[in-house]
Design a protein around this ligand. Structure first.
Ligand SMILES: Nc1nc2c(c(=O)[nH]1)N[C@H]1C(S)=C(S)[C@@H](COP(=O)(O)OP(=O)(O)OC[C@H]3O[C@@H](n4cnc5c(=O)[nH]c(N)nc54)[C@H](O)[C@@H]3O)O[C@H]1N2
Ligand SMILES: Nc1nc2c(c(=O)[nH]1)N[C@H]1C(S)=C(S)[C@@H](COP(=O)(O)OP(=O)(O)OC[C@H]3O[C@@H](n4cnc5c(=O)[nH]c(N)nc54)[C@H](O)[C@@H]3O)O[C@H]1N2
Ligand code: SF4
Ligand SMILES: [Mo]
Length: 727
């Protein structure tokens, strides 16, 4: 038996793990008690990953769709055919017809992004979609406009703050997003023990708020709360004028934008009373340092970009930004923001031919079905994703579109619901089978209150027919005559390595390790070998004490000033806020649908693990008041309908829910998955059949999909039809 230390790549907590291995099989996974940050914490998804890793359903050789069945083929046969079909479609329809779609796990893969990006750049296609427009693209947009780069991403200094306000996140279940916070509950306890306050604002009384304050907010009304909060700070004069004058611009415009938003006015639609808002502002202003955070619950509403702008503005003008215990901008081992600044593909404000936004090079996933229907996209390579369940799919529109593609290739561990429609499944290695570092945001942008460095080698050998993403993209680049890394010699070397990687010279080829070592050394850090030998539990780097951003050349705007009121935001706010408010006043009595992440499920991809998901937990969670109004109780079925679709689902009644709000755990609906034998036994229903897509349902500034706060109606279903028969 051998013992290995590594990190879990399933969520952004990146917890340290100890993995016991016998004959290339996991015998046990336990939390690493010595990991420099997670210090003995890991959740069940990490410690039971063996059930995914060794699943009998795992695809271990390329599969080609032939009629109704799958045929095992060699990599050469698969990649030659795929490259040939891409070339033909490219000749006929142009490079833009060749699309890509990347899912959340693709972001945790250190090297895949470079290779996939280069392949598409080389092909001349910018039609790259991803679930980034389901979770956070609004934040990247704001960073670009206010600080000059999408990658200048702030995070709350949780371990030093005295007051923390969190909107639309549930870190103790999700492991958090866009900043690193393992052991979230301990860290929030720490704030309380220091005499501080932690407040979660959320339509559901969430797990993270068990020992903290919590306030209900009506879904998708955060913009009114934030506008009134900011207006209070400004009208009280609780602003740091000297810092504003020296390091920021357009304060006057900002003040005038929010000037009509009073605590009383926001209370009409948010459900947060005027006195509660005033109390929060008192607490925020009185704290020696106060931090703010918002995440997917707000990002997925209709005003994610404007909300994040107002949130950052509160922190900036109140003097809490760039200050210990407030919100900080990290200083990673290399300045990723600076490096990415001039990259055409990461350019901000880049628009599609139809004027829709593309942030950080990502096409709106809510446009995918329409783009396929319009013939804009003919081929799609999907890496590490399951858009059929993850994205808005009004009444199954995305399913039909995916089915109609000329070429669909899924690079995955399994045949998931999207894979059902694929021409090829290309089997990829798991994170236990590759070398890696916690991804770009942490290592390169230091989005973490506890800066550290970690590197791991592979813990397991991949099965014979499985390949790494870098290899797949490099072989395709070779076959399609695309130059990688913008350098012919390097490209030739990489292609040669990929050709040799699975021959008898394979053990010489260490492309991921060479690249990682190169990056580490270039950043003045120990190389990979030294990291693995000397720092198996990670290397803690110095804390970020703030005072290192505002007024420095790290602000990448042209004039070096933070823009408090980027014109497109002022315009969008003025244009839509009153209409949104009027709409909210009208619908206060109607139900709104939100999602619910579950500790044992990672998006759509844990349901196939018998050790994680034994039965469905895909209920419609309702407040007792709403259940009574609909005349339903636990296990009754309801019909939930939106403008876009209808589903039937059993009910759970809980006082965790705010009245007029309904939560359904997302990314269920496995009845059709050919390759997920266990998930099919407890399929659940896909709540995204209720979400709208197309240009009317994506947020105009960032392309984010509207996935939370969807207006729905419910009624008791006449009979309890088994879920499997409903779709
Ligand atoms: N166990 C588990 N962990 C995960 C995932 C998973 O599926 N399962 N997914 C991973 C991924 S891809 C991501 S992006 C992260 C996301 O991490 P988080 O951002 O923490 O995501 P959620 O847990 O969905 O938290 C969103 C919260 O917003 C609330 N909410 C919904 N609508 C609104 C609103 O309008 N206003 C406010 N104020 N709150 C609202 C919801 O009730 C919910 O508690 O989690 C990651 N980690
Ligand atoms: N209603 C609603 N819908 C939502 C959300 C919500 O909160 N509410 N959340 C949204 C969010 S934030 C996200 S990110 C999406 C999540 O959706 P996706 O990003 O599509 O994630 P998964 O559904 O987990 O699918 C991931 C697939 O990748 C495979 N995989 C895992 N690791 C790897 C790897 O290293 N390499 C390869 N090649 N394959 C791998 C898995 O087997 C699985 O099939 O869902 C979105 N959808
Ligand atoms: S919280 Fe769980 S899923 Fe996330 S990194 Fe830690 S062990 Fe993995
Ligand atoms: Mo996500």
């Amino acid at each position: 038996m051998s013992q290995h230390y590594t990190f879990c790549s399933l969520c952004e907590s990146f917890c340290g793990l100890k993995v016991d291995v016998e004959d290339n099989r996991i015998s046990r996974i336990s939390p690493d008690p010595d990991h420099v940050v997670s210090r003995g914490y890991a959740c069940v998804k990490g410690t039971r990953f063996d059930s995914v890793q060794h699943s009998p359903d795992r695809v271990t050789t390329p599969l080609k769709r032939v009629g109704e069945s799958w045929q095992e083929v060699s990599w050469e046969v698969a990649l030659n055919d795929i490259a040939g079909r891409i070339r033909t479609l490219n000749d006929k329809h142009g490079a833009q017809a060749i699309g890509h779609f990347v899912g959340a796990p693709g972001g945790a893969n250190l090297l895949a992004p470079m290779f996939r990006g280069d392949l598409y750049k080389g092909l001349g296609s910018y039609r790259m979609y991803g679930t980034g427009t389901c979770d956070t693209m609004n934040k990247f947009r704001v960073n670009g406009d206010m600080y000059g780069s999408p990658m200048r991403l702030s995070y709350p200094d949780v371990d030093h703050t005295e007051f923390m306000l969190v909107l639309g996140a549930n870190p103790s279940v999700s492991g958090n997003t866009l900043y690193h916070l393992p052991r979230a509950l301990d860290r929030f306890d720490g704030i309380r023990k220091r005499g501080g306050r932690v407040i979660f604002i959320n339509p559901r009384r969430i797990e993270s708020a068990r020992r903290t304050e919590h306030l209900f907010i009506r879904p998708d009304t955060d913009i009114f709360f934030l506008a009134a909060f900011l207006n209070q700070i400004i009208s009280r004069g609780a602003t740091d004028q000297s810092r504003i004058e020296a390091t920021m611009k357009n304060f006057g415009e900002l003040a005038s934008v929010v000037s009509r938003w009073t605590p009383e006015r926001q209370a009409q639609v948010t459900g947060i009373s005027a006195s509660t808002l005033l109390d929060l502002v008192d607490g925020y202003v009185a704290a020696s340092a106060a931090a703010l955070n918002m995440a997917t619950g707000v990002n997925q509403g209709r005003s994610g970009t404007l909300c994040y702008w107002l949130l950052e503005a509160i922190s900036l003008v109140s003097g809490n930004f760039d200050r210990r215990g407030g919100n900080l901008i990290g200083d990673g081992i290399m300045d990723f923001a600076l490096l990415a600044k001039d990259d055409e593909h990461l350019k901000l404000g880049y628009h599609r031919e139809d004027g829709l936004p593309m942030v950080s090079g990502q096409q709106p996933s809510g446009m995918l079905a329409a783009d396929i229907e319009d013939g804009r996209v003919k081929a799609l390579i999907v890496e590490a994703s399951n858009p059929a369940l993850a994205c808005s799919n009004p009444d199954g529109r995305l399913d039909s579109a995916l089915e109609n593609l000329d070429l669909l290739v899924c690079i995955d561990w399994f045949i998931n619901e999207t894979g059902n429609y694929a021409d090829y499944i290309l089997p990829a290695a798991t994170w236990l089978e590759r070398s890696g570092m916690p991804f770009a945001l942490q290592t390169f942008s230091a989005c973490t209150p506890t800066p550290y460095l970690y590197a791991t080698g592979p813990v397991l050998e991949p099965p014979e027919g499985v390949r790494h993403e870098w290899w797949i993209y490099t072989r395709l680049a070779d076959k399609l005559a695309v130059t990688l890394m913008g350098n012919r010699l390097l490209s030739f070397g990489l292609k040669l390595c990929a050709r040799l990687a699975h021959t008898r010279f394979g053990s010489w080829v260490k492309v991921p390790e060479w690249l990682m070592s190169g990056m580490l050394k270039q950043a003045g850090q120990p190389g990979l070998k030294q990291m693995l030998r000397d720092h198996p539990h990670g290397l803690r780097l110095p804390d970020n004490d703030g005072n290192n951003f505002l007024g420095t050349d790290r602000v990448l705007t042209e004039d070096g000033l933070v823009d408090l009121a980027p014109p497109p935001y002022v315009e969008a706010f003025d244009a839509k806020i009153e209409a949104l408010f009027a709409e909210e006043l009208q619908n206060v009595d109607q139900l709104k649908l939100i999602g619910k992440r579950e500790i044992k499920r990672m998006n759509s991809s844990s349901s196939n693990s018998p050790r994680l998901v034994k039965e469905t937990s895909n209920y419609a969670y309702l407040s007792p008041e709403d259940a009574a109004r609909a005349g339903v109780t636990d296990d009754d079925f309801v019909e939930v309908s939106s403008r876009y679709g209808t589903i039937h689902i059993p009910v759970r009644v809980t006082d965790e829910m705010m009245p007029r709000t309904l939560a359904i755990p997302q990314c269920w609906g496995h009845q059709k998955a050919e390759g997920l034998s266990h998930a099919r036994l407890h399929p659940g229903v896909n709540s995204n059949l209720l979400a709208g897509d197309g240009s009317r349902n994506i947020e105009a500034l960032s392309g984010m999909s509207h996935l939370s706060g969807i207006l729905v109606d419910i009624r008791k279903a006449d009979e309890q039809i088994p879920v499997t028969e409903l779709l």
